[in-house]
Design a protein around this ligand. Structure first.
Ligand code: HEM
Length: 153
């Protein structure tokens, strides 16, 4: 089985990022603030690497459309849109979490942090599922422009 290099690297980056968020959360539970900050910044760097690879590929190569059976394509599409929504919300919340931590707005940060972390965990899990559906369970369809890949046309 040959897996495409860029999507494999970028999906790995989301998973690694989520693992760092989990470690960062466990550190703050033990009141280890400095380690918490280091882990969350590392998580943010991995998320950024994912985004750079994803955006570069989207612009220069395009996105891959679903290559599985026609009758499950609609479920894949709904799931993909769900994942993209989670990722977008997670990215925005991630920036606000970093900012509120940096600005020492801890009362707000303590409320937002766990929510952001959970959104990010679901982003990673759904991202892996999308990756498996695209490249592991089925062979990726053609690589085409973003809008066409999402709508599967
Ligand atoms: C510059 C970045 C950050 C700094 C300086 C920072 C700092 C802190 C501090 C000092 C606390 C303890 C607050 C308190 O006990 O009053 C905390 C809690 C927390 N932070 Fe961060 N943080 C940062 C980034 C993040 C990010 C990006 C996330 C999530 C993705 C996050 C998730 C959490 C969570 C889950 C808690 C525990 C809340 C609780 O249950 O009490 N943090 N952070």
């Amino acid at each position: 089985m040959s897996l495409p290099i860029l999507p494999t690297i970028s999906t790995s980056c989301i998973v690694i990022s989520a693992v760092f968020v989990a470690i960062g959360w466990s550190f703050i539970k033990k009141r280890k603030t400095q380690q918490h900050i280091k882990m969350m910044i590392t998580a943010a760097i991995f998320a950024l690497v994912f985004f750079i690879i994803y955006a570069t590929r989207t612009i220069f190569i395009g996105n891959t459309s679903f290559g599985g059976p026609e009758n499950i394509k609609i479920y894949y599409t709904i799931f993909l849109i769900f994942h993209i929504t989670l990722a977008t919300v997670g990215a925005v919340l991630g920036v606000i979490s970093l900012w509120s931590g940096y600005k020492k707005k801890y009362q707000f940060h303590r409320k937002l942090g766990p929510f952001t972390s959970n959104v990010w965990f679901f982003t990673a899990i759904t991202g892996v599922v999308v990756y498996m559906l695209l490249y592991v369970f089925y062979h990726g369809g053609e690589t085409t422009s973003m809008i066409k890949a999402i709508l599967g046309t």
